[in-house]
Design a protein. Sequence first.
Length: 266
Amino acid sequence: GAKVSVGEMVDYKIIGIDPGAGIMKATEKAIEEYGLNDWKLVEGSGAAMTAALKKAYDKEEPIIVTGWTPHWKFAKFDLKYLDDPKGVYGDEESIHTIVRNGFKEDHPNAYKVLDQFYWTADDMSAVMVMIEEGMKEEEAAAKWVEENADTIAEWTAGVEKVNGDKITLAYVAWASEIASTNVIAKVLQDIGYNVKLTQLEAGAMWAGIADGSADASVAAWLPVTHADYFAEFQGKFEDLGPNLEGTKIGLVVPSYMEINSIEELK
Ligand SMILES: C[SH](C)CC(=O)O
C-alpha cells in the first residue's frame, strides 16, 4: 500500500517539554512556518520527554522530540537534529548567568563566583550523565566539584568565605540546568553560603529574578531561546554573560528514522 507518512507513524505529535520553555515557542513557530497544519506539540516536562524517548528508542519506534544540547540523551541514544532550513531554532547559543538588581552590593562574593562561573558542554554532560545513571543531584555535583578543583579555583579566585549568608538560586527542571544549578550551589556552599534551590517554570524563574524573590539563575538561554523573557524583564536583572557556550535547540529524532529535515514532516 501507500508509504506510511512520518506524521501517521507518530500520530502527528511532537513530544515537547514544559510550556514556558523557549524551545516550545520555537516549535510552535516551526509548525506554522513549515506548514505542519495537522501536527500537535505535546506539552509535558523534560523528564516526560526523555521517558517517551527511551520507551520509543528501546522498541526502535519513531518519535520526534524537542531536544537540546548539552543533554545526556546524546550520550545514551544515537540521535540526530532535523535540519531547520528556515532557521526557526536559531544558531549556536549560550546559557547565561543572571542575577537580581542589587545582588552585587548584597553578596559581593557570591556575585564574583557567579560572574566567574564558566564551563563546557562536556563538563555539564559529565554531571548530567551521573544523575541520569542514578546518582543524587547533590552527590553528582559534589563529585564533579571534587574532581575539578582547578576549574573551581578559577571560579573562586579572589573570593572570600562568608558565614551562612542566605541566597536563592532559581532554575527550571531541565536536565542541563539541574546539573549546573547543583554544581554552582555546591561551590557557593563550600565558601559558606546557605543556598536554597527553587525549581520553577521558565517564566516564573525570570519573574523571580526580576522581582528579587530569587537572587540568581544559571539557566538563561540567550540570545534567542529566552529572548521574550529578556525583553519582558529588561532593566530588572543583571546579565553576567555566558556560563556555557555552544548550545543548540531543535527537533531531535533517533538516527534509525529516515527523515533528516523538518520540511519532510509536511
Ligand atoms: C529546553 S532548553 C534547556 C531552554 C528553553 O527551551 O527554554
